[in-house]
Design a binder for this molecule. Sequence first.
Ligand SMILES: CN(C)c1nc(=O)c2c([nH]1)N([C@@H]1O[C@H](COP(=O)(O)OP(=O)(O)O)[C@@H](O)[C@H]1O)CN2C
Length: 183
Amino acid sequence: IKHPLHNRWAMWFFKNDKSKEWTANLKLITSFDTVEDFWGLYNHIQKASRLSSGCDYSLFKDGIQPMWEDASNKNGGRWLVNLNKNQRQTELDNFWLETLLCLIGEAFDDLTDDICGATINIRNKGDKLGLWTRDARRGDATVKIGQKLKERLKIPPKIMIGFQAHSDTATKAGSTARDRYRV
Ligand SMILES: CN(C)c1nc(=O)c2c([nH]1)N([C@@H]1O[C@H](COP(=O)(O)OP(=O)(O)O)[C@@H](O)[C@H]1O)CN2C
């Protein structure tokens, strides 16, 4: 018998083909709801650090598309962890796996309903890990989620991470939007 997960999750892949619409580049790989099927998928696909620049992986709850416009995301935002260039070889894959395990392992406990998913962006200017939540106005819940993420990624206390609302990010494409919260 396989070990069931609390939620069903979907893994998405984004490949940056500039000749196409953004949404046309976003593809569902597969969804799963057991521990065994998670590991089967994880061990089957390329490590994030091996992807070409401009690619993303996203793991979202089944039924939520990894885009701002989805009903579950539109009032939400993301905790953003910016990595420097050296961290692609030293931290990226560990950060991404730890984040995946936080999601499927329900690390956010009673705040699980605030969680939509997570994205890893592979970029030459520096890779980015985002943890997406449902409602940017829920300050206490959002801060608790950010603190748990920092703890699980073992990010030192002096390194601050910021939370940006998607409504800000979507209108400020090209630069990082203002932080609504910081932990
Ligand atoms: C429905 N729809 C069009 C739409 N819906 C979306 O949800 C969505 C986009 N478009 N995105 C587009 O990608 C560009 C790079 O963002 P980036 O996060 O890859 O970051 P970089 O600028 O490549 O570092 C964004 O500027 C935006 O154009 C990003 N995004 C999440």
